[in-house]
Design a protein around this ligand. Structure first.
Ligand code: ADP
Ligand code: MG
Length: 632
């Protein structure tokens, strides 16, 4: 007997099924995709035990005629493709004709379906892929598929399943993605009888984003709309200040299909260069629409990978779309203070009240005059971004603390138990969801004036009914950075009276020498001076000679941690460090002219984030103060 044999169909099916059906989440994905392909307007997914024992998907789509039910479960049986040419322009989510066969091969499955014109429905059950008889059944229009006991006949696979909670979470994640991919379909999810998601299905991506990702995340998004050759990109991306510690909130869809794509990820993230904090990632819900023929979806059985006809066009479209959304956003990223937690218990001593001194009157007058002279129409403001306190800062400078409300809450101790909500800063609950897609006419913004400086660190600005606290260092750092980047960096150089000899760790020495030319541009004259030592003859004028060693050490660390391989990111990293060093410092005295220049940059919208993506402004409103003083 020959060694090589054609596998019997049962084994072949099990092997093929393994590629498509990895876990309950893959079943949910395939069944939801079928429902959407069938034109459903509402799809419900229900699971028990993480989807392992029970997973039901119900839709109100076009249904499957009774006589076609058995065919639907055959391998390579599909209504979505006819000829090879159809493969070149696939407009449906499914096309491989594999899913139902694969799921049926490894479970006990029942389908109930009734097409629009049929007076009755029909049902068919299969066990391990073996079909029973088609029977007449009373059922609503559309299709219901119940999958029980997944992998009951493939113990090897069953062994690899995680706990129900983990499998259930994976199903939920799939449901959420499908909901974001098709906002025109109302998606409902129930886990062990409890409803966990319902999207309205009103066709607005914004509504789906709200339902799936929640208000907090949605408020940190700005809308994107862009186009390139034969393609369009739309959706939402994070404001730089609202970037996250992981990429878990990046969702990309190509022609309504969820895809994993390094290309799209790179295009998105490139648009945030120098705007977000290192180690933070933008979130997004981005839809790319292309000509069907411009993308090949037939790359992988799970259909989550795609190949583009032109990677460059796709990259450019997404990159520029996102970049212009970020540029267009005229919000001063003023962090609004909102109460993160329930009100403090009455026994907790009240924190010291926030005192806003008007400061030096002369200074104030000077600044006001200089600013009024150059006052220009201010940009339109959207409701401020409401973000949670940031994660611990990875950077070297004193972090901008987004102080929780205690700083501005001063409940009077004699006050007879005011209603809890009264002592809280009013959260902007009525804030509309992220900016409406159509721009509304720009309302005139009231003129602003500088009201002083506090702690030698924060510039206080008054504008209409609002007060802003600007971090002078962060804002100035950004101004420096943008200027250095745009105009090239030509620092004033000081020749050190006696050249400094620095002993640095070998690694730091090496990386500095590797970037000697770049350092030269930045005003540091550095030479090799025996092993592990550097000779420094020159430094930029704003670096105190006593600080040259620490400055170079810092630059070495920056170079080691970033762009050793990539010269442009090495330059940006050095620019960050030098912009920071050249910036006015918190806690130092600053001239009124300089303060006015910084305030102008922030209030005009020129400066939005420090180069590490931290906000430069915090906002209070008159209303908040009135509440605190019981004037409201
Ligand atoms: P594919 O989706 O690749 O065509 P499937 O195995 O997922 O392959 O489904 C086989 C066929 O069964 C589909 O082409 C479609 O005609 C039909 N079908 C499956 N699910 C549904 C559904 N929920 N509503 C209507 N028709 C369905
Ligand atoms: Mg399918």
């Amino acid at each position: 007997m020959s060694n090589i044999q054609v596998l019997d169909p049962h084994v072949a099916n099990l092997i093929a099924a393994g590629e498509v059906v990895e876990r309950p989440a893959s079943v949910a994905k395939e069944l939801m995709e079928n429902a959407i392909d069938a034109g459903a307007t509402a799809v419900t997914v229900e699971i028990s035990h993480g989807g392992m024992t029970f997973l039901r998907v119900t839709d109100d789509g076009k249904g499957i005629p009774a006589d076609e039910l058995p065919t639907a479960f055959l391998r390579h049986a599909t209504s979505k493709l006819k000829t090879e040419y159809d493969l070149e322009a696939i407009g449906t989510l499914g096309f491989r004709g594999e899913a139902l066969a694969a799921i049926a091969a490894v479970s006990r499955i029942t389908v109930l379906s009734r097409p629009l014109e049929a007076p009755f429905g029909a049902s068919l059950s299969l066990e391990g892929g073996v079909p029973g008889a088609v029977e007449e059944a009373g059922c609503p229009l559309g299709t219901t598929i119940v999958v029980r006991d997944l992998f009951f006949n493939t113990p090897a696979r069953l062994k690899f399943m995680k706990k129900d909670a983990a499998e259930g979470a994976a199903v939920f994640a799939v449901v959420q993605r499908v909901a974001l991919s098709h906002p025109e379909v109302s998606i409902k999810f129930l886990r062990d009888g409890k409803q966990e998601l319902l999207t309205p299905g009103d066709g607005k991506l914004q509504s789906a984003v709200y339902a799936v990702l929640g208000r907090e995340l949605a408020l940190g998004f700005v809308p994107v709309r862009g186009s390139g050759e034969g393609m369009e990109v739309s959706g939402f991306v994070s404001l730089p200040a609202c970037c996250r510690a992981s990429r878990n909130y990046q969702f990309f869809f190509v022609n309504g299909r969820l895809v994993k794509s390094r290309l799209l990820m790179a295009a998105l993230e490139e648009a945030y260069a120098n705007q977000k904090m290192v180690g933070k990632f933008p979130g997004c819900v981005l839809h790319l629409q292309t000509k069907l023929s411009a993308v090949d979806v037939n790359v992988h059985p799970a259909k989550t990978e795609v190949k583009f006809g032109s990677d460059k066009q796709v990259f450019d479209t997404v990159y520029h779309g996102v970049l212009s959304a970020l540029d267009k956003d005229k919000t001063r990223p003023a962090v609004q203070l909102t109460p993160p937690a329930p009100p403090p218990a009455p026994s907790v001593p009240a924190p010291p009240p926030l005192m806003v001194h008007s400061g030096n009157n002369q200074l104030q007058q000077l600044a006001i005059e200089s600013l009024q002279a150059q006052a220009k129409p201010a940009p339109r403001l959207r409701p401020p971004v409401d973000i949670t306190p940031p994660d611990p800062e990875p950077e070297d400078e004193p972090p901008v603390h987004i102080t929780p409300p205690p700083a501005i809450i001063t409940p009077s101790p004699v006050n007879l138990s005011p209603p809890a909500v009264d002592v809280l800063v009013e959260p902007s609950l009525e804030a509309p969801p992220p900016a409406p897609p159509e721009p509304d006419p720009e309302p005139e913004e009231p003129a602003w004036k500088m009201a002083g400086e506090v702690f030698d660190t924060y510039i206080v600005v008054e504008q209409g009914e609002k007060i802003f606290f600007l971090d002078k260092h962060a804002a100035h750092e950004r101004l420096n950075f943008d200027r250095m980047k745009a105009e090239g960096y030509t620092p004033m150089v000081q020749t050190l009276l006696s050249p400094a000899v620095l002993r640095l760790p070998a690694e730091e020495c090496a990386v500095l020498l590797e970037h000697q030319a770049l350092l030269d541009e930045f005003g540091f004259g550095v030479e090799e001076f025996g092993s592990g030592s550097l000779l420094v003859r020159q430094a930029p004028d704003y670096v105190d000679p006593a600080d040259v060693e620490s400055a170079l050490g810092e630059l070495a660390q920056t170079l080691l941690s970033t762009g050793r391989a990539d010269p442009s990111s090495a330059r940006d990293a050095l620019l960050h460090t030098m912009a920071c060093k050249a910036a006015i410092k918190g806690g130092w005295k600053t001239s009124p002219q300089e303060l006015a220049r910084v305030a102008e940059a922030v209030m005009s919208g020129e400066v939005k984030y420090c180069p590490h993506g931290r906000p430069v402004a915090i906002e209070l409103t008159k209303k908040m103060l009135e509440k605190q003083f019981r004037r409201a």
